[in-house]
Design a protein around this ligand. Sequence first.
Ligand code: FAD
Length: 389
Amino acid sequence: MRNYPDFLKIEDLLTEEERLVYDTVHDFVSNEVKPIIADYFERGEFPIHLVKQLGELGFLGSTLSEYGGAGLSNVAYGLINQELERGDSGLRSFVSVQSSLVIYPIYEFGSEEQKKKYLPGLIDGNLIGCFGLTEPDFGSNPGGMKTYAVKKGDKWILNGTKMWITNASIADIAVVWAKTEEGIQGFIVEKDMPGFSAPEIKHKLSLRASVTGELIFEDVEVPEGNRLPLAKGLKYPLMCLTQARYGIGWGALGAAIDCYLTAVDYAKTRIQFDVPIARFQLVQKKLADMLTEITKAQLLALQVGRLKDSGKYSHYMISMLKMNNVRMALDIARTARDILGANGISLEYPVIRHMVNLESVKTYEGTEDIHTLILGQYITGFQAFSLLK
Ligand code: FAD
């Protein structure tokens, strides 16, 4: 049973199938994720045993109707992201990467052989993928990447380093973007290819229940059959990011809802000056602002989802969704942490975990600044990313 803020009866706008998915993913997160996730976070470990269940429940590549995909709407996919992030941003990150950054490019830009070879395993959870775009010197500006691939007979020789890659050391395959003589292209690198290594990045204080690592390529020989044939240019990895950013916009809602519910519950039971702190007007203002911001963010997510389902969306809308909803969630997490007082810094409550996770979510998939500039370009027609152009 969900006990959620649904102030504007947004559930009434969902289809029957979407409500069913909502119930299923809600119960999965409540029963399988919530009870264990703080321990995994504290140990700095990804709950890899959940991956097969994610596949069995149809949560991986869920909008595809081929190769074993559940064929769900984009709104249902959004609800999956919301609920998983109510559990933890790390688990939602896993699903975003697998679905939007690995399954999506193979499905959209891959050959029939590549689709048959990789998609069924990625969708049922038997294969794990990662997406290598960011490099140590190129984050917001991926077009400057140094990783390059040179054609030699029927192979490509790949050299370079990717940084901050989700799932890196647990992935069976990596979708890697590299410069070639014909522009940026995508390659499917398998974990056992000689010259390829994926060391884990340690000492993270955010997304601790998610694996992050480097991808290092030293003269890796990638067969021509592993090049994505339909993707030439920076536009193609950016198309993948648009898919992932959409899911993140929904996911952030889940973290915000969990923080809000925790704060309301705490405020009603924490006694100071002989009354529950929920009696104080300053506390009520914080809670009222939270509910208002969550409600606005729900409407934004739902409308962008409906436009995506009808093919009428633009990447500008998705920038607004990602920028607004992550900012909203981070603000709510920080305010909830404040309402919980000293308990707000303890892992006994989910709030500080969501708060530090959201610091990564704010940065990855286009920082808040970058999405602001994307909207600035939409409004004014001027690009303000590069001062040299
Ligand atoms: P920079 O680009 O160096 O930015 C630093 C600051 O400068 C930011 O505040 C930024 O907004 C600002 N800035 C940069 N350019 C401008 C500008 N033109 N105008 C105004 N301000 C600007 N990448 C992948 O490819 N695959 C993954 O799976 C992946 N997973 C990740 C997981 C985690 C936990 C994290 C933290 C990152 C992950 N990333 C991944 C990388 C992520 O996408 C980058 O960190 C992000 O794009 C920002 O790049 P950067 O860290 O190099 O910051």
